[in-house]
Design a protein around this ligand. Structure first.
Ligand code: ATP
Length: 335
């Protein structure tokens, strides 16, 4: 495993109390694989990758658990040492990793001379290589970010993250603001980079079809916790947690638009409220009183989920395919 996240807890202090943005999440990233971290907005995905990268907002702190990179438990000093060199991050908006007042080429050179130990000449040569790797013409190194299209900016942000040859890339919603054709192009760039550079990747997305298209493994997060994880094919073909079943119905397939889309009614809970038991209960069509008690992750082999009704997963999955199932809220939750 290149990365192990073990019972990670991240708290933000806010005026209205503590937000438990990541609440005991555990997952692993095998070497050379692409792991999708998926869940709706507000489930703690960005917080989890920012914590791994050691770039939490000022009001955030690690309240428990640990992050282990290549067998080494990370503390502040190691994280600082490994940041950008071994672990790199493409933030949610490409514009936030690009400075509007400098050319993209100048910014790449700056990253390599300041954060790495490149001379200006070798940084310039490497910039050409990096642009080639992400499919940008080297002539565009002289352009400013505003002269780039959204897809090109995303490619430039990826080039920036790869500048110091990291072995782990964390990409936060790399295709969200792009149209479907450009989305596929960027995902194809990521796939080819992973293969050519033997990169390991964590890809954060709210869109399960992006996971289906690109990832080898998936970690489903809900309300700061991991509710299901495993090989993508297995999890998407036979989801075991009702939240994953709901997510699968809620997004169009990147390659076809055959399925009727069925949203999951409601929204994730406010993480500043004290929560117990399965966090999905208020939105789950299958919730029962027993779900008020936390379910640990369990399962055979790599495919694991945290649902009290796991033994009935096959039956629930069939019911979940019927859109009417999602039209009624959990009667248990409503009572
Ligand atoms: N700096 C902050 N201060 C207080 N609360 C925060 C802060 N950043 C995030 N949160 C809260 O932490 C929770 C998790 O947010 P996070 O951004 O990690 O989720 P996410 O799943 O990545 O969603 P998104 O895709 O919208 O970023 C949310 O409830 C959010 O409101």
């Amino acid at each position: 495993m290149i990365l192990e996240v073990d019972k990670l807890r991240i708290h933000y202090s806010t005026r209205d109390g503590v937000a438990r943005a990541v609440d005991g999440a555990s997952f692993t990233v095998p070497e050379g694989r692409i792991v999708g971290l998926v869940g709706e907005s507000g489930c703690g995905k960005t917080t989890a990758v920012r914590a791994i990268m050691g770039v939490l907002a000022e009001n955030g702190r690690q309240a428990g658990g640990r992050v282990v990179f290549k067998g080494q438990a990370m503390d502040e000093a190691t994280t600082r040492k490994l940041r950008w060199r071994d672990i790199a991050y493409v933030p949610q908006s490409a514009m936030s990793s690009l400075d509007p007042v400098y050319t993209v080429g100048a910014q790449l050179v700056e990253v390599m001379t300041k954060r790495g130990n490149h001379s200006r000449a070798s940084a310039r040569a490497r910039s050409v290589e990096l642009f080639d790797l992400v499919g940008l013409n080297e002539r565009r190194l002289a352009d400013y970010p505003h002269q780039f299209s959204g897809g090109m900016r995303q490619r430039a942000a990826i080039a920036m993250a790869l500048a110091l040859e990291p072995s782990l890339l964390l990409a936060d919603e790399p295709v969200t603001a792009l149209d479907v054709i450009v989305q596929r192009q960027i995902l194809d760039v990521l796939r080819s980079l992973q293969q050519r550079l033997h990169l390991s990747m964590v890809l954060v997305t709210h869109d399960i079809s992006v996971v289906a298209y690109l990832c080898d493994e998936v970690v489903v997060m809900y309300a700061g916790q991991v509710v299901e994880s495993g090989p993508v094919r297995d999890v998407l073909a036979r989801p075991r947690h009702p939240y994953t079943m709901g997510l699968r119905n809620a997004f169009p397939d990147l390659l076809s638009d055959a399925l009727e889309l069925v949203p999951i009614a409601g929204s994730p809970p406010d993480l500043r409220e004290p929560l117990s038991g399965c966090r999905f209960v208020p939105r789950c069509p299958f919730a029962q009183p027993a779900c008020g008690i936390d379910a640990a992750m369990s399962g055979n082999g790599d495919h694991r989920s945290a649902c009290r009704r796991d033994s009935e997963a096959d039956t629930l999955r069939t019911a979940a395919l019927d859109p009417r199932t999602w039209q009624r809220s959990s009667s248990f939750a409503m009572s």
